[in-house]
Design a binder for this molecule. Structure first.
Ligand SMILES: Cc1ncc(COP(=O)(O)O)c(C=O)c1O
Length: 438
């Protein structure tokens, strides 16, 4: 028993469980995996080595693991309507890396993805990530209205002729027109990769259009709206196979032996369980409720004069520019956490502030929807949110960088004791008790 054999780690795990139970987890990339998913993760599959693919392994003793991986592949194929799936990527970043390794010549070929500063992911070509260091990159941005500007994207793609175009984002609150992206990629002759990590559960539920008819490759993490373990999957569509019949084998080879060694078999089993759960009718209702909650939250926050990037939300997340409230995103995120509302600070388009002190915050509804919260609770959350931000409106982040550390120390000390914020945290705790994590 961990409790007696390693009480130090056990105690911290229990504290973290309590924290997750007593707060509103509103980081849009997070969720609560089901007990069954976690049960599969904590099994003796952890012990196995299975380099290779089902029925083509480099190690003995893989008969059962083969069956598990085949179940996971088949469930993914059926759920997303694709002819090929690879379940082995350790997580989303290595999965994207595997696509680049499969298709690009380093320092020569171009990736075109949404700029990190506008809501793209690090691995979509950011200069601080390997994707931007080892490949040429052509970032696109959003329009002035905070929406994807397909005309601008097409112009840039035709000019730069990237080998891969990426659609699918980290901080974009609206519906993605995968059909338009497909038309652009076809005109240019590029591979089109849909990174649906954030919206995958919505796609499965029919709450967001699927990219499958329009793109060549789909990458998704499994731990966000899909409610699985940490992990990722790479899928090739019919359209992808038509463009390049070798695409599945190129991707297989890039994942193993190109980038990874043995797959995490406990993770594969947990992904299979999550895919089984996502195929149930109740998941459809879940995915649609995520969007209803996000829309309601947006509607309520607009009443308090919050400036939502793009003006609202059509998916699971909201991006809020706090400049009109004169509250920095880092300050807001800290105060909200004291109040029991956990979000992340986030850059907004054309943000004049650095990424560590950005002007905005990003929040979403997947995890609170997993707990069973609905529109009624969103009204309460918006009210608490507004009250919490008001509590810190008099704190101004110093312009001078050298004054920031001292300011931050004082701000944190005072805010951690703020009576109003602690009162909200108590109310949040009472609400979470009514919605236990299942
Ligand atoms: C769109 C997108 N792609 C890829 C990733 C990377 O996933 P991971 O953190 O599992 O490497 C993320 C993570 O947030 C993401 O939002």
């Amino acid at each position: 028993m961990l409790k007696t054999k390693d009480p130090a780690v056990y105690k911290l795990i229990k504290e973290e469980e309590k924290r997750q139970e007593e707060v509103l987890e509103m980081i849009p990339s997070e969720n609560y995996a089901s007990k069954e998913v976690m049960e599969a993760l904590g099994t003796m599959l952890t012990n196995k080595y299975s380099e290779g693919y089902p029925k083509k392994r480099y190690y003995q003793g893989n008969k059962i693991v083969d069956e598990i991986e085949i179940i996971a592949e088949e469930r993914a194929q059926k759920l997303f309507g694709v002819p090929y799936a690879n379940i082995q990527p350790y997580s989303g970043s290595p999965a994207n890396s595997a696509v680049f390794l499969a298709l690009l010549e380093p320092l020569k070929d171009k990736i075109m993805g949404l700029s990190l500063a506008f809501g793209g992911h690090l691995t979509h070509g950011s200069p601080v990530s390997f994707s931007g260091k080892y490949f040429k990159t052509v970032p696109y941005t959003l329009g002035k209205d905070g929406m994807l500007d397909y005309g601008q994207i097409e112009k840039l793609a035709l000019k730069e002729k990237p080998k891969i175009i990426i659609c699918g984002f980290t901080a974009y609150p609206r519906v993605i027109d995968f059909k338009k992206f497909g038309e652009i990629a076809d005109k240019v002759g590029s591979y089109l990769l849909a990174d649906i990590s954030h919206i995958t559960g919505l796609v499965v539920a029919g709450a967001h259009p699927s990219p499958v008819p329009y793109v060549h490759i789909v990458m998704t993490t499994t731990h966000k709206t899909l409610r699985g373990p940490r992990g990722a999957m790479l899928m090739v569509t019919e359209k992808g196979i038509k463009k390049d019949p070798d695409l599945p084998s190129k991707i297989d080879k890039a994942v193993f032996p190109g980038l990874q060694g043995g797959p995490h078999d406990n993770q594969t089993a947990a992904i299979a369980v999550a895919l089984g759960e996502a195929a149930k009718p109740s998941f459809k209702a879940y995915g649609n409720q995520i969007v209803k909650n996000s829309r309601k939250l947006a509607e309520e926050l607009l009443k308090y004069d919050f400036n939502l990037v793009s003006g609202g939300s059509d998916n699971h997340l909201l991006l809020i520019d706090l400049s009109n409230k004169q509250v920095n995103g880092a300050i807001a995120a800290f105060a909200l956490e004291v109040a029991g509302i956990v979000v992340n600070k986030n850059a907004v388009p054309e943000d004049p502030m650095p990424p560590f002190y950005p002007s905005g915050i990003r929040l979403g509804t997947p995890a609170i929807t997993t707990r069973g919260m609905k529109e009624k609770e969103m009204v309460k959350i918006a009210k608490w949110f507004n009250e919490a931000i008001s509590e810190v409106k008099n704190y101004r982040l110093p312009q001078a960088k050298e004054e920031r550390a001292e300011f931050w120390k004082k701000f944190k000390k005072e805010t951690a004791k703020n009576k109003k914020l602690l009162l909200i945290a108590k109310e949040v705790k009472a609400l979470t008790k009514k919605f236990p994590i299942k």
